[in-house]
Design a binder for this molecule. Structure first.
Ligand SMILES: Nc1ncnc2c1ncn2[C@@H]1O[C@H](COP(=O)(O)OP(=O)(O)O)[C@@H](O)[C@H]1O
Ligand SMILES: [Mg+2]
Length: 430
């Protein structure tokens, strides 16, 4: 409430007093009464003024109280709504501001409602740069059509957390100066987004699993025959024979197909995890012994930072080895001119519970931001047909998921990538 109101009432009441004095004075002059009548007039005028003044003051106070009560009620309601209620204004010169922001903003954006109301830029700065053009376009469309605005975008909170936000609001009719005001709500949909992505991923995995069990078995046997005959024939041709090269090619390609089939079969088995207590460092060591030869050839330095006393995890050893091998192979592929492959194991906390983490870091090419969301998809590869199947990460993801863990990637093009695998520590017997 503005502080101008009481002052206005003083003016109004002084005006009333003045008028009543004047009226009394004129009545006295024209009626040519004595001073007694003047006094009576003055007193009754003052009384009239007093009554009017108290009445006006009482009404004003009552109105202020009611307004404050309804404002408080509105605040309580908007504060209780999960998310942030807001009123946003776009002026015809393009200037933007929040006219009102509910207190939920602090939880949602990590920036207080007061800061957002005072400085619109403090909210705008949270947006991920790549999401800005689409957001601007959606606001423009809503302003032009005056249709409700609904948009999903990402922010990075001051604490560094990436969140998915869904904004929805309804524009009011444009004001005389051309500015438009929207009333709406922002909500956090990060969990839903992750869940959706996981559902899509598991649907794809299920499809691949079905495909795998159906086709892989069929291919496996004839492939074995091709490979066997090619190897036997290659052994019997003398060096320099014209047939040597074609036979070696058949053998090499058949081996590659076998790899693919093995991967597909691994998919159909990923669901059936026979788990046993295992030491993560041993798993990593075994996997690395299989990768070591390749790292030497590619001039990749292998660095191990294994925590000496990790808690035992319940897992399928062969599958976890597969995860480390797949991640390491990708890391080596990403460093065609050499580099450093670091494998790290450590304790960590996940959802307030004890967990263990494996990190596979490389100093390679990195992964462009636009393809990062796709790398875990089955058959997604950027490698030429003879080098990549696009199944390595999809399989690793599936295995980690089946173990109740999660896998994330952090990558910067030109600098390298870090793949993190986090596994819960389940106490044996639970
Ligand atoms: N460490 C890494 N560095 C750079 N790019 C990577 C890395 N790991 C995975 N990728 C990208 O992810 C894609 C999918 O990987 P993956 O599923 O293992 O299939 P593939 O290795 O057969 O291509 C790769 O083609 C590559 O573009
Ligand atoms: Mg791979």
């Amino acid at each position: 409430m503005g502080r101008g109101h009481p002052r206005r009432f003083y003016f109004a009441s002084s005006f009333v007093l003045l008028v009543s004095l004047l009226v009394t004075f004129y009545v006295w002059r024209y009626a040519e009464q004595g001073t007694g009548a003047l006094l009576v007039g003055l007193v009754s005028g003052a009384l009239l003024w007093g009554i009017l003044y108290s009445l006006v003051l009482f009404l004003a106070k009552e109105m202020t109280k009611r307004l404050r009560r309804s404002e408080e009620k509105l605040r309580r309601i908007t504060d209780a709504i999960p998310g942030t209620v807001y009123q946003y204004r776009l002026e015809s010169n393009g200037r933007q501001s929040f006219l009102f922001v509910s207190r939920g903003a602090k939880d949602l954006f990590g920036v207080s409602a007061e800061d957002l109301e005072r400085d619109f830029q403090s909210g705008w700065n949270l947006l991920l740069t790549e999401d800005v053009p689409a957001l601007q376009k959606s606001i423009r469309i809503s302003a032009e059509t005056l249709k409700p605005w609904v948009h999903e975008f990402r922010i990075k909170t001051p604490a560094g957390r990436i969140k998915w936000i869904r904004g929805s609001s309804v524009p009011e009719r444009p004001l005389k100066d051309g500015s438009i005001v929207w009333n709406g709500l922002f909500v956090d949909i990060t969990d839903r987004q992750h869940l959706e992505r996981r559902v899509i991923q598991s649907e794809k995995m299920a499809a691949v699993g079905q495909l795998a069990s159906g086709v892989a078995h069929e291919i496996n046997n004839p492939l074995g025959v091709i490979l066997g005959f090619a190897q036997t024939a290659a052994k019997h041709v003398s060096p320099g024979n014209l047939l040597e090269m074609p036979l070696r090619s058949i053998e090499r390609e058949a081996l590659r197909c076998k790899d693919l089939v093995q991967n597909l079969l691994a998919f159909s088995r990923a669901g059936k995890t026979e788990q046993e207590p295992c030491n993560l460092n041993e798993v990593v060591e075994t996997a690395l012994s299989l990768v070591a030869a390749q790292t030497k050839v590619k001039k990749v330095e292998l660095v191990k930072k294994l925590h000496p006393c990790l808690p035992t995890v319940f897992a399928n050893k062969t599958q976890l080895q597969q995860v480390v091998i797949n991640l390491s192979n990708n890391a080596v592929d990403a460093m065609p001119n050499g580099g450093r492959l670091t494998i790290l194991t450590q304790w960590t906390v996940w959802d307030d519970k004890e967990a263990v983490e494996i990190q596979v870091q490389d100093t390679g090419a990195g992964i462009p931001k636009e393809i990062q969301p796709r790398i875990f998809e089955p058959f997604f590869t950027t490698k030429e047909a003879s080098k990549g199947t696009g199944l390595g990460l999809a399989l690793a993801y599936e295995i980690v998921e089946k173990h109740g863990g999660y896998m994330t990637v952090d990558s910067e093009p030109g600098k390298g990538s870090i793949f993190r695998v986090c596994l819960p520590v389940k106490e044996i017997g639970r």
